[in-house]
Write a protein that binds this ligand. Structure first.
Ligand code: ADP
Ligand code: MG
Length: 336
């Protein structure tokens, strides 16, 4: 009964829902009954949605302009582990990571579709919890959940989200120019340290500050850039700063110098790193899933963002108290 709601390994971190071993399983409920339940949870729709869940396709009345479309998957055993992640948190995160991609293009998220595959021994309540997580963040950003697909899975939970959004002007990875400044909108490395804490089995108390880091991993909070004028290139930090900055360099055909002294590291990351004998900069540079925005601009300062370096003609360097060392695109990469 691996997929019964709330039936997770006991951990000091998982606040979790109550055990529910008598809950109805999806194999008893069936696909159509399950969709009916989801439909009622997703009833909060924009007036532009002509048809949401319940037909062969969703119908949306779109005004003229630019549409953004993005998709992101989360697989049990690859992206998450049900021993430390609740279904509510998974629902929240699958939409959060898609929102982050729309923000990274300078857009506003609007319509979401979620494909879900679960094993037959998953209980209906878990799937409802998944959608309570989805709806929690959907409401925050005024997103309508308009459809998806539901399937049984032979192994593990699979989620695939597709998000549509709109943009006045689309910001790509390819517009960075020599002399532009490099900015990030939040602290780096927290989520990767949160994951490390979740994976490690702690005897007794977790290091002080752990809770905040763990929350950043389980339920990231994407935030849009308030003003995008003057932004030349943008990406969200999902695979780690060095990889994502390298994507900007590749697409823009430029180099970069990152000033290690300017890297925003949270108090919690600094404290926990010291406590467990790790280098916080390693997490900040190579740890993924920060879901903050990394962007370039000729402007010297930007409200709500920290300047961490400069775009150069070529080469990729870390600058530590004036000493330059080349960096490689190291971080998280599938198949490696
Ligand atoms: P079809 O067989 O025509 O593809 P489905 O039975 O798969 O139709 O889906 C029926 C309706 O339910 C569609 O509107 C679809 O978008 C919606 N739907 C199915 N699964 C989900 C899900 N996991 N989340 C949201 N909507 C869903
Ligand atoms: Mg279908």
């Amino acid at each position: 009964m691996k997929y019964v709601s709330g039936n997770r390994r006991k951990s000091s971190l998982s606040a979790g829902s109550p055990r529910c071993e008598t809950g109805r399983l999806v194999s008893q409920s069936g696909e159509f009954d399950l969709i009916k339940k989801l439909r009622s949870k997703c009833a909060d729709l924009s007036p532009r949605v002509l048809k949401g869940i319940g037909d062969d396709a969703a119908a949306i009345d779109c005004p003229a302009g630019k549409t953004l479309i993005t998709s992101d998957m989360m697989l049990e055993g690859v992206h998450f582990d049900l021993s430390y992640s609740s279904f509510h948190q998974l629902g929240y995160k699958i939409l959060a990571v898609n929102i982050s991609d729309i923000f990274a293009m300078g857009g506003t998220p609007e319509y979401f579709l979620l494909d879900v595959a679960v094993p037959g021994d998953c209980d209906v309540r878990s799937v409802r919890e998944l959608y309570s997580g989805v709806m929690k963040i959907a409401k925050k950003f005024g997103i309508s959940v308009v459809g998806g697909d539901t399937s049984s899975s032979k192994q593990g939970v699979v989620l695939a989200g597709t998000l549509l959004g709109r943009a006045g002007s689309v910001i790509t990875r390819s517009g960075a120019r020599r002399g532009d400044n490099i900015f990030v909108t939040g602290t780096l490395g927290d989520s990767a340290m949160g994951l490390r804490l979740l994976r490690k089995k702690w005897k007794g108390r977790m290091p002080a500050g752990s809770g905040k880091l763990v929350k950043k991993h389980l339920m990231p909070e994407p935030a849009a850039l308030k003003r995008t004028s003057g932004v030349t290139a943008m990406i969200d930090v999902s695979d780690g700063l060095l990889i994502d900055l390298s994507h900007i360099c590749d697409e823009s055909k430029v180099g970069a110098i990152v000033d290690l002294g300017k890297m925003p590291v949270s108090r919690e990351l600094a404290r926990v790193s010291a406590n467990i004998g790790e280098d916080p900069m390693d997490f900040a540079l190579r740890g993924g899933e920060d879901y903050v925005l990394l962007f370039t601009s000729p402007q010297k300062t930007r409200p709500g963002a920290v300047r961490i370096g400069e775009i150069s003609k070529k080469g990729r360097f870390l600058s530590d108290k004036g000493k330059r060392v080349p960096f490689k695109a190291e971080g998280y990469e599938h198949f490696k």
